[in-house]
Write a protein that binds this ligand. Structure first.
Ligand code: ZN
Length: 430
């Protein structure tokens, strides 16, 4: 039987038993090893021995990005300095960067569940994996590589950019899998098509990390070069790095590694669990991490838990794609909306292009109004725009339960950006 990296637990109750063991270990370890964790637990009057069930996680205080920053350069360190073998850093848009330390066991655990990602995506040891994500202290190409090597496939560690070399290696070394961001995936698909090298390469799958991509964009990439499949890998530096979850070939959600961390989805305002299947902030607690364990770390990423088990039969639970950051949330007529939700709705409509804008304003009647600007799809210049407007507003109303005005225009009329486009314009304050 081929080697497997899937969890040892066979059913949910075994998984929960493992989670409780891991939770107890983590709380003991953090309490005895980190002054910060001991301090915040003492402050709310909770001791490691108070954690006797998975529900007791709610007794534990939250950890935030500020705790990581204020402990710079070795925040939340709970292991001996002599046991630390590596650091990675994650860049913040504001203020000081975060540095995360790893023991050798942390690195080994990361490689193991990353190998599981490749197994989940249906790779075999005969696959060749071109890794076109960043290497170095900031990002974690090394995670993609260690996981690939442990899995037993062949890594081609190229790093990002360098399109000529990417194409050359795709031809010469015949990689079957390309790991990159969605933007890079689109760029590569366009280049492969433009250069007419599709018949000379063996690419079957792409694995996307670290960037939200709409369904429309994914379909476009597949269509351009006839890929078999795309996968979304998730992860963040605070929680090891990329590889903490991936979708399986059924694509019903992101399977996440619940034997390595507990995922709570909480209302970012009340910090209480949202109703089953509702959208909220991902809060993670690690179960095996030695150097920098995370206890109820508020990731600011927004998603929802998928309650039903996957039809593939794997017991690892699932969450939805990342819908955005809690900082991006729009409150419109008392409804919380994330731009990612608008993405998802627009992606289901064939006749429109990938760009859009959300404009929020205040009406004379004192109410808030939302206008959604969309474009018709390329090549559909003669399409009836009012038909599109009707379709979009009906679907938005149905999915997000809010009314909005829709303005449709021709393809290319909205501004384009090489970097991240600004899509939300909130004029309600002015
Ligand atoms: Zn599955």
């Amino acid at each position: 039987m081929p080697k497997t990296f899937m969890p040892s637990c066979l059913n949910i109750s075994e998984l929960k038993k493992q989670q409780l063991e891991g939770l107890k270990w983590t709380v003991h370890h953090a309490y005895s090893g980190s002054e910060h964790y001991r301090g915040v637990m003492q402050k709310v009057g909770v001791k490691p021995e108070d954690i006797q069930s998975l529900d007791d996680i709610q007794k534990l205080p939250f950890t935030t990005v500020n705790d990581l920053k204020s402990g710079y350069p070795f925040p939340l360190l709970s292991a001996r300095m002599s046991d630390v073998v590596r650091v990675h850093a994650s860049s913040g848009t504001t203020g000081k960067r975060k540095i995360l330390a790893y023991t050798q066991k942390d690195i080994d655990d990361w490689a193991t569940f990353f190998a599981r990602c490749y197994e989940m995506a249906g790779l075999s040891v005969m696959d060749r994996v071109q890794i076109a994500v960043g290497y170095g202290v900031w990002t974690a190409g090394v995670g993609f590589q260690l996981g690939c090597e442990l899995f037993g496939a062949m890594a081609v560690p190229l790093g990002p950019g360098n399109i000529d070399l990417q194409c050359e290696f795709l031809i010469d070394l015949q990689p079957t899998v390309l790991c990159c961001t969605a933007s890079m995936g689109l760029l590569m698909a366009e280049e492969i098509k433009r250069r007419g090298i599709r018949d000379k390469i063996a690419l079957k799958k792409m694995i996307f990390g670290s960037e939200r991509s709409s369904e429309a964009m994914r379909q476009h990439i597949c269509d351009l070069i006839g890929l078999e499949e795309l996968f979304d890998i998730v992860g963040m530096t605070e929680l090891y790095g990329p590889g903490t979850g991936i979708d399986c070939p059924r694509h019903e959600g992101i399977h996440y590694w619940a034997d390595y961390y507990i995922l709570e989805v909480l209302d970012p305002d009340t910090l209480k669990p949202v109703a089953p299947g509702e959208i909220g902030e991902m809060v993670v607690t690690t179960l095996k991490k030695e150097a920098v364990p995370l206890i109820r770390y508020r990731t600011r990423d927004i998603t929802r838990l998928i309650e039903r088990p996957c039809s593939c039969g794997n017991i690892m639970p699932m969450h939805d794609r990342i819908l955005g950051r809690s900082d991006d949330m729009i409150i419109f007529r008392a409804v919380n909306i994330y731009p990612g939700q608008i993405d998802s709705v627009l992606s289901t409509i064939d006749d429109i292009g990938p760009e859009y804008q959300i404009i929020l304003g205040h009406g004379d009647d004192g109410r808030d109004y939302m206008t959604l600007r969309v474009e018709s799809r390329e090549g559909l210049e003669r399409i009836n725009h009012s038909e599109i407007e009707r379709k979009v507003s009906t679907l938005i109303k149905k999915s997000l339960l809010v009314s909005c005005n829709v303005e449709a225009a021709s393809y290319g009329s909205l501004p384009r950006s090489e970097r991240k486009s600004k899509r939300v314009f909130d004029n309600r304050m002015s």
